[in-house]
Design a protein around this ligand. Structure first.
Ligand SMILES: Cc1cc2nc3c(=O)[nH]c(=O)nc-3n(C[C@H](O)[C@H](O)[C@H](O)COP(=O)(O)OP(=O)(O)OC[C@H]3O[C@@H](n4cnc5c(N)ncnc54)[C@H](O)[C@@H]3O)c2cc1C
Length: 501
């Protein structure tokens, strides 16, 4: 147990499953207003002994990464790039904390993008709150990035650059070892604004918030007389907890599987029209890593200080790999036959980039509890289902690759495989129509009384850049909604009906 135990009976106002961007933000919003909250996190609290900044432990041994094998649509093994720990994937993220733009809330059938049930203006106050809680700020471009921008961005030209909003402490650059490894590693000093450091740690002394790590939720529990009300959860170790409302925030790979299993077990799958969309419209962006090599050294520490866009590729963006990640990739991934001197010379001159395009929303791209007949979960994601998005991505990568080469920075690139699930979202999409979506505009599962979703699985669109700030904002908005609804019918029903055991 990580924080003060509530003094009342083991019946909470809220159970929250998962502690990443969505789970920590909804917990913060509810617990800071006095609600009795139990946050259940499957993974441990990460060690603070320096191992999360150690290149061998993180990149070579992949000590902290998911090892569970899933199957793809052709029954081939795939290991999702997921992390189970307090703070979820935010402990490892690059802290690029961008807002979606207003048009990215609209449906765009030509490109296969679903629309949101809410507008940018509905989320704007919660973007403000998320940025304030996370301390989002912009840093002046360091020399290598400034040189690149000066060569790439010309008046009237196709490329534009804007300062990158980052969740990093103002003195981040003073902590060289940490700043060099903020992207893809987990901070020990807390220089990175992750969900644990910024949203959970400040509430640790509160008696009304209990955080339970090593608590893998295995199933949702129905009310005896009506499964449309969820009364609690059962853990893999047999423990059970009960609450007035349950919020799923296990991430876009796991939340749909918990929901799918519940709907199937209770018979609701046959009754709720939206049930057939659970797990579908899964997205994780089309992503490519590009390493470029110049004659001059790249001594930038943060590097991820600008975001580039190209006028001809409206759903795409490119950002630097944060810190010295490019150098670490070269050190750990380049062929061993390369002499150390050559490897060092290359890595000192390397610039790493992360190129992203929004993938289309396709119902056949999905996650499911089991890939029949095997017991492994299914991650069926194919880019040939979205030829238009893929054509934009491939064209964008070529354009950036050529632009760099023309400016004396030739490079190589690698398209990320389907197991690269860092930006997993969709899979329980929000929508106004209960026939065609899984949750409503506040995250309540259509047709269920008191089950909500706070994580990236609700995102119908994922924008041209990173999703975490939008997930934080969605969850803060959900917390506000639940706070202002106050005690309702759910309270009475959960309290007066017997618990099924
Ligand atoms: C290397 C890396 C770099 C990234 N960089 C950026 C970036 O720069 N900017 C950005 O916006 N995004 C970035 N992302 C993506 C970002 O981290 C995610 O979009 C965000 O964390 C998703 O939040 P979430 O709440 O949906 O899920 P998660 O953060 O994945 O949290 C889900 C939590 O639920 C827990 N859980 C799962 N199953 C259960 C269960 N059965 N019971 C209990 N708990 C469970 C998990 O352990 C986890 O803690 C990056 C991700 C990675 C991996």
């Amino acid at each position: 147990m990580e924080a003060g135990t509530p003094t009342g009976p083991q019946h909470y106002d809220y159970l929250i499953v998962g502690s990443g961007a969505g789970g920590a933000a909804v917990a913060h919003g509810l617990a800071s207003a006095g609600a009795r909250v139990l946050l259940l996190e499957k993974g441990p609290r990460l060690p603070r002994d320096g191992s999360t900044l150690d290149v061998r432990a993180v990149l070579i041994e992949e000590r902290f990464k998911n090892r569970e094998t899933w199957l793809d649509g052709e029954d081939r093994p795939v290991i999702p790039g997921d992390f189970f720990n307090l703070g979820g994937k935010t402990k490892w993220y690059g802290a690029a904390l961008l807002r979606f733009s207003p048009e990215e809330f609209e449906a765009d059938p030509g490109n296969g993008y679903l629309g949101w049930p809410i507008r940018y203006e509905d989320l704007a106050p919660y973007y403000d709150e998320a940025e304030r809680l996370l301390g989002v700020r912009r840093f002046a471009p360091e020399p290598a990035m400034a040189r690149l921008a000066a060569r790439l961005v010309k008046p009237g030209g196709p490329w534009e650059a804007r300062a990158m909003p980052l969740g990093l402490a103002p003195d981040a650059q003073a902590h060289r070892n940490e700043a060099a490894r903020f992207d893809g590693f987990a901070s020990v000093r807390g220089i990175k604004a992750d969900a644990e450091v910024r949203l959970l740690d400040p509430l640790r002394a509160m008696q009304n918030l209990r955080i339970e790590t090593g608590a893998a939720v295995a199933a949702l529990l129905p009310r005896d007389d009506d499964p449309r009300a969820v009364i609690g959860v059962a853990l893999a170790d047999g423990r059970r907890f009960h609450a007035v409302r349950v919020v799923l925030a296990a991430g876009a790979l796991h939340t749909p599987r918990l929901l799918e299993e519940y709907l199937a077990r209770t018979g609701l799958a046959a009754q709720l029209p939206g049930a057939r969309f659970v797990g579908r419209y899964y997205k994780h962006h089309l992503n490519t890593i590009l390493l470029a090599f110049g004659l001059r050294r790249n001594d930038d520490l943060l590097f991820k200080t600008l975001l580039f866009r190209h006028r001809g590729f409206p759903h795409s963006s490119v950002q630097g790999l944060g810190g010295r990640l490019a150098e670490e990739i070269i050190a750990t991934r380049l062929p061993r036959f390369l002499p150390d001197t050559a490897r060092r010379a290359l890595s000192a001159r390397a610039c790493g980039f992360f190129l992203t395009t929004e993938d289309s929303s396709h119902p056949d791209n999905r996650v499911a509890a089991h890939a029949a007949p095997a017991a492994a979960p299914l991650l069926d994601y194919r880019r040939d289902r979205m030829p238009r998005a893929w054509a934009e991505h491939a064209g964008f990568v070529r354009a950036f690759h050529r632009a760099l080469a023309a400016r004396g920075l030739p490079g190589v690139y690698l398209h990320m495989p389907p197991g690269a699930t860092a930006h997993a979202c969709g899979s329980c999409v929000a929508g106004r129509d209960p026939q065609r979506s899984v949750v409503d505009g506040y995250g309540r599962v259509h047709g269920l009384e008191n089950l909500y979703i706070a994580d990236g699985s609700v995102l119908p669109r994922s924008s041209r850049a990173n999703p975490a700030l939008t997930i934080y904002a969605w969850a803060l908005r959900l917390a506000h909604h639940l706070r202002t609804r106050g005690a309702t019918r759910e309270h009475e029903t959960a309290a007066t009906h017997p618990v099924r055991s």
